[in-house]
Design a protein around this ligand. Structure first.
Ligand code: G6P
Length: 372
């Protein structure tokens, strides 16, 4: 009912607005005053976590995109190899699993049949399964060895928003915790990132306060057939998520690409006035990565693309090549998806609305898919 929407036109808009709180709630009680992680709920003994030699993430849809981002964090901070697989593909390829594999199943609902079957398969091989889930007592956490709950609160809109951000937070917590337990050479970075994570909800709130130009841009693109999304590093899964949101809500052709892969095919799609959203990493730290994406923006713009650039505040290098510039607050590279995804959610929601679509209940989709 309208009352439950707290005055918002849709559950999706309400849930987008709830993200700073969802992120803060998911961090609550998990970082102590000394800046250490305390994930007591993860009842897998530290000694066992030190023995893990492989992490495998399984999930579907938006949760899969959270998993793709988690891989960068897990491998960087823990040096444990990490694979990410669509849950629906997982068990059919006879994956290599044993008791030293940690399988992480990410699911908002905890009822997705593809993900459930993947985790059952993993347990049959003797692997440890950790669920990241938003729904207390649902099937996936019940069948797992341990669960880290996201505290997004109930998500009603079919297209996932606040659950996604909290899945990212949970993934970072797991990555940082594994790094903490195992003691890597990244100890100082881990401590610094834990501090940044504790403040990230304010950055999400800041993004939400600057979305009017994004809504205006979305409305102006309502007549387009295609929108492309590009990113590198963690910006690549963000691009995939931006494209998925647009497909789900606006029923438009939308595709996300790794920007470096452009030259190997997708650049053929660039023609006059095609909107291309580019997620630009921070110019600090991994500057090579930043330089490369700036050249990618130049390449597509030279071929007529209309560039919509999402870049960190203060990053002046992108200005000459951005037809539209969306600013996001500076964050550590690996945490950027928490702020970079928000404009893409707002963009898809507004564009879908401008096309006359019902955003909470997109056609053909279900909130939770309990068949394989
Ligand atoms: C459905 C929903 C998606 C969601 C996916 C995984 O397809 O429409 O929005 O990302 O399931 O759901 P889960 O509950 O497992 O996160």
């Amino acid at each position: 009912s309208a009352a439950q929407k707290d005055g918002y036109a849709s559950f999706m808009l309400k849930e987008i607005a709830e993200q700073p709180k969802a992120v803060a709630d998911t961090l609550l009680g998990r970082i102590d005053e000394a800046g250490s992680l305390t994930l007591d709920e993860v009842r897998i003994p530290a000694a066992e976590l030190r023995e893990i030699d492989k992490v495998v993430i399984v999930a579907c849809g938006t949760a899969f995109h959270a998993g793709l981002i988690a891989k960068y964090a897990i491998e960087h901070w823990t040096r444990i190899p990490c694979e990410v697989e669509l849950a629906s593909e997982f068990r059919y390829r006879d994956p290599i699993l044993d008791p030293r594999s940690l399988v992480i199943a990410i699911s908002q609902s905890g009822e997705t049949m593809d993900t459930l079957m993947a985790l059952r398969h993993a347990r049959e091989q003797g692997s440890r399964v950790l669920a990241i889930c938003n729904t207390n007592g649902s099937t996936i956490p019940r069948e797992s060895d341990a669960v880290l709950y996201t505290h997004a609160g109930p998500e009603v809109a079919v297209a996932s928003t606040k659950a996604f951000l909290t899945q990212l937070v949970a993934c970072y917590l797991v990555a940082l915790y594994l790094g903490q337990v195992r003691g890597t050479k990244w100890g100082d970075e881990i401590r610094a990132v834990v501090r940044d994570l504790a403040r990230i909800s304010g950055a999400v709130d800041q993004v939400l306060g600057t979305m009017e130009p994004v809504r205006e841009l979305a409305r102006s693109l309502a007549g387009k057939d295609t929108v492309l999304f590009l990113g590198r590093h963690v910006g690549y899964p963000v691009a995939l998520e931006g494209a998925l949101k647009l497909k789900e809500l606006a029923y438009m052709h939308a595709e996300g690409f790794a920007a470096g892969e452009l030259k190997h095919g997708p650049i053929a799609l660039i023609e006059q006035d095609v909107p291309v959203v580019v997620v630009v990493p921070s110019p600090r730290g991994r500057s090579l990565l930043h330089d490369k994406i700036v050249s990618n923006i130049q390449e597509i713009r030279a071929r007529g693309a209309r560039t919509i650039v999402i870049a960190e505040e203060g990053d002046a290098t992108v200005e000459p090549y951005a037809d539209h510039l969306i600013r996001i607050p500076a964050t550590p590279t690996l945490l950027q998806p928490l702020v970079a995804t928000v404009p893409l959610q707002v963009f898809a929601c507004e564009l879908a609305t401008a096309r006359g679509n019902e955003v909470d209940q997109p056609r053909n989709l279900a909130k939770s898919v309990t068949v394989e």
